[in-house]
Design a protein around this ligand. Sequence first.
Ligand code: BJ8
Length: 425
Amino acid sequence: MSNNYQSMWKNLGLDLDAHDALLQVLGKGYQDIFLAQNNRPEGMGYFDFVMGEVHGLRIKELMDEKEQGRKIVGSYCVFVPEELVLASNATLVGLCSGADFAMADVEKLLPRNTCALIKSSFGFKLGKVCPYLESADMIVGENTCDGKKKAYETLNTLVRNLYVMDLPQVKSEQGKSLLKAEYDRFKSAMEKLTGVSINAESLKQAIQIVNAKRSALHRLSTLRKANPVPLSGLDALLANQVYFYDNPARFTISVNKICDELEKRIEQKQGVFPENTPRILLSGCPMAVPNWKLPWLIETSGAVIVGEESCVGERGTRNLTDESGKTVDEMMESIVDRYFKVDCALFTPNPDRLNHISEMVETYKADGVIHYSLQFCQPYLMESIPVETALENKNIPTLRIETDYSMEDVGQLKTRVEAFVEQLI
Ligand code: BJ8
């Protein structure tokens, strides 16, 4: 890929040597983790292609869009409503924060005990290795956890056009009004950025596009209830990660295509793991590309992941937006209703998340839950204890994992995961 795109990357201001090194590590990781799996559905070929071209063809497409006057918006959180971005004729991309990069430089700007996700977002900027970040005309940060909201004050000095969205922390009427006010403000900011006024027709169409891609993922999730499971958790995670930067309509078609194939596999009782392999629900912090460590450890330890209670997973995609609104105001209300249901650990109290985890255990017939928190992530680490207690009280075996993006703890994690899986057999 690299030869064709060097000049594009150079024009974007990437550090070509560092970027080449990143692509090499990524390619090797992808080979060892994804391509080494057995019996993968053919439809995963599309996602392999997308990953192979993640810094190539997709960036070229974004460059072409920009040439035609379309704006690119980058985001770090599922609270940024894609509907408003699309309705103003812009494209939303998730900004990867799933690998350590330029750590020595990052730790000059952020305390060492900051979560790996936040450090990674800085590392990709300081190391000049993320073409998505460099192509964005606007980057949206959000006031969620303390780490993110304070880090954006510094990020603001590193990037052009950082827009910070405030978010409620309590699910009250006042909280909802704040979200509504912030989405109204974001709508105006998008209109100003693009020069396009959002109208009822464009907003409805955007809602339908985003609902369609979320519905395709619902269909994919439903198929993972089968025993034997027709798709690995790693491949499902990959689809959930690609969701954040692929063209939405093409993504929807590709997910539905793989679902057609999986339906046939289920009919033939064809699985990626043997029947009755222990089934794990993974719950906790989002796993941004290329953070594949824990799922890989789980699925090479005799278990299969059947669901992700995560923002790169069901927490981020489970709710749809009501499509019946006729006016922009009605549709804005529906968008607020939809996003206000996201049960991020930033909310206090946050009973919906615990209910959702229990519901997912039942739906996907999970034998156990692995709760994943990034080190120094207060919201998810704090919630992991009551989550574990509540699940254990229901006799659902639960393992709490706290880790980061380094590979230093792989041996120790593998031992713990294997011991946990053993207990489920
Ligand atoms: S809606 S989960 S995507 S904020 S891991 S940075 S919480 S210290 S990512 Fe998130 Fe939006 Fe919530 Fe979802 Fe802070 Fe924790 Fe780091 Fe985190």
